[in-house]
Design a protein around this ligand. Structure first.
Ligand code: ATP
Length: 237
């Protein structure tokens, strides 16, 4: 039996600042292959902290993260199966989008699999913009290029932290299509958002967080049907 893309148990993270409080507390959920999992919660719910632990960028204080059965630690080999988008990716402005992606891909030291690159670029669907210098890009286009970059090796698990931040409605719709196309081949996507309307239409499953804790988790239809008021209450805070 294939190992599930993600299994989290008893995950906690505390930042030691002025107030010594939990950003994530006793979080547990599982993501199955082919799901588009929306991590939903208001600002400060702990979404970014959770995703950064999944990406191996920070270590949890308690609990365990398994990706395809392997425990995640910073630098763990299984992280080569994970593609990650976080805000603020840097590009060389005078190079084209395509040249930036090729440069990035070579820098990862991974074998050049042209078929993978071509498929990732087809899914990202950047059109003619790919041949233009990045300095001519809108903020939205830069964001989409950064997401294409996260998809380059066709990672089995793609993690996107608020990919629609700063995008306009047509770009948000395109982003939704990109995620659905990405997962269609049996790959798995985890995407965070603070807007129910956004994840409702692109995700198969939801994990709702508030103040570091899990509020509810399950298929989108069940959660939206059963807990609309709860979601509205969480989102309105
Ligand atoms: P947002 O949508 O605003 O990014 P989020 O759901 O991603 O919210 P986190 O960024 O994970 O939430 O933050 C969770 C909590 O941890 C918040 O209370 C935040 O202030 C706190 N926090 C996040 N990063 C740090 C840090 N580096 N040091 C101290 N506290 C932090």
């Amino acid at each position: 039996l294939a190992e599930v893309p993600l299994r989290i148990t008893g995950l906690s993270k505390r930042y030691r600042g002025a107030v010594d409080r939990y950003a994530v507390r006793d979080l547990g959920f599982t993501v199955e292959q082919g799901q588009v999992l929306g991590l939903l919660g208001p600002n400060g719910a702990g979404k970014t902290t959770t995703l950064r632990m999944l990406m191996g960028l920070i270590s949890p204080d308690e609990g365990e993260i398994r990706i395809f059965g392997h425990q995640v630690r910073p630098g763990a080999p299984v992280l080569s199966r994970v593609g990650a988008f976080v805000e603020g990716a840097g590009f060389l402005p005078h190079l084209t989008g395509r040249a930036n992606l090729e440069l990035y891909w070579r820098a990862t030291g991974r074998p050049a699999e042209d078929a993978h690159l071509a498929e990732a670029l087809a899914i990202a669907d950047l059109g003619e913009a790919l041949e233009r210098a990045v300095r001519t890009y809108s903020q939205g286009m830069r964001q989409r290029l950064a997401i294409a970059q996260a998809m380059l090796g066709l990672p089995d698990l793609l993690i996107l932290d608020e990919p629609t931040n700063g995008l306009d409605p047509p770009q948000i719709r395109e982003m939704r299509e990109v995620m659905i196309r990405y997962a269609a081949a049996g790959r798995t996507v985890i995407v965070s958002s603070h807007l129910l309307a956004e994840v409702e239409q692109s995700c198969t499953h939801l994990v709702v967080m508030d103040r570091g804790r899990l509020v509810t988790a399950g298929p989108v239809g069940e959660i939206v049907g059963a807990g609309e008021q709860l979601l509205v209450a969480v989102a309105a805070e």
